[in-house]
Design a protein around this ligand. Structure first.
Ligand code: 13P
Ligand code: SF4
Length: 301
């Protein structure tokens, strides 16, 4: 921790001077998540809590699409992204033109868009969802078919849970797609008493091997309930680090798949962002209303 003390002290002072808040996703490393973040959580919490913040500056300790969502919800605030290289394989998998082509191929079918998407894709969508509310959002539409983009596995997992027919896209999370059902069976064989929690961005065969599937916040809640002394989180590995710090009584079985995008965010990068007020996230004016509408519909559903 001595290694981090200087940057942490500087960031705390810069936050005060700039009237800044730091939003941190559950996949951020513990020194960011526990020492400097003001708001922590899953993608849903970050989108919801980004609304109407009493701050002039929002720093996103997460990936670019999360910063765009924060900007959509706070057009008058300055939103800073500590690294412009913190992208997302899901957001990169689809363009606005791809969405228009899907609509042409399936006229009248509503488009449900995972928040892991760019502002231009959100602006083409009817409603957004996150892994925490995907099932509820799809059911709330009351239709037999939806287009759900861009995560193929999330869409397949939701189709199985809802019975709604889902037209999918071929996007995958580069972290969760690497897990296999055989790996889960092997970990269970070595740890017969373990509770397995899988993120719904995992392939359906992996989710089928798990005891529970939910967003990163749902996984945190599951661990916090305290019913299990040994857990395996089938997700990005900083989740286990953050929860282990908060729950020393729980043993974490630790496969480690890192998200290279989330790991672009470091204390040094956050400090630099606040010192230099970079990199400012902007959204082209013609995308703001449509993108914001899709996020607001999700929050209101
Ligand atoms: P949630 O935190 O919403 O579960 O999302 C996981 C994720 O991969 C975000 O990039
Ligand atoms: Fe995207 Fe997966 Fe990284 Fe989340 S963990 S930012 S979904 S690549």
């Amino acid at each position: 921790w001595d290694l981090f003390a200087d940057d942490i002290a500087a960031i705390l002072e810069l936050k005060r001077r700039r009237r800044a808040v730091i939003l941190a996703h559950n996949y951020q490393t513990p020194e960011i998540f526990h020492c400097i973040a003001d708001i922590r959580g899953d993608s849903l919490a970050l989108a919801r809590d980004a609304q109407g913040l009493d701050a002039e500056v929002i720093v996103m300790a997460g990936v670019h699409f999360m910063a765009e969502t924060a900007k959509l919800m706070n057009p008058d605030r300055t939103v800073l992204m500590p690294s412009l290289e913190a992208g997302c394989s899901l957001a990169d998998s689809i363009t606005a033109e791809d969405v228009r082509a899907l609509r042409r191929a399936h006229p009248g079918v509503p488009v449900v868009t995972y928040v892991n998407s760019t502002a231009e894709v959100k602006a083409e969508s009817d409603i957004c969802c996150t892994s925490a509310n995907a099932r509820r959002i799809v059911e709330s539409l009351g239709v037999p078919r939806v287009i759900m983009i861009p995560d193929e596995f999330l869409a397949q997992n939701v189709q199985r849970e809802t019975g709604v027919e889902i037209i999918t896209w071929r996007g995958h999370c580069e972290v969760h797609e690497r897990f296999t059902p055989q790996e889960i069976r092997d970990w269970r064989a070595d740890n017969p008493d373990v509770a397995v929690l899988a993120h719904p961005e995992c392939p359906p065969g992996v989710v089928a091997e798990a005891d529970f599937s939910g967003s990163t916040a749902a996984m945190s809640d599951f661990v916090a309930e305290g019913a299990h002394r040994k857990v395996l989180l089938v997700t990005e590995c900083s989740m286990s680090d953050n929860l282990a710090a908060a729950h020393p009584e729980v043993e974490f079985v630790r496969p480690c798949n890192l998200c290279p995008h989330m790991k672009r965010i470091t204390l040094r990068a956050i400090r630099h962002a606040l010192e230099t007020m970079s990199h400012e996230v902007t959204i082209p004016a013609h995308l703001v209303a449509g993108g914001r509408r899709a996020v607001e519909r999700m929050l209101a559903a």
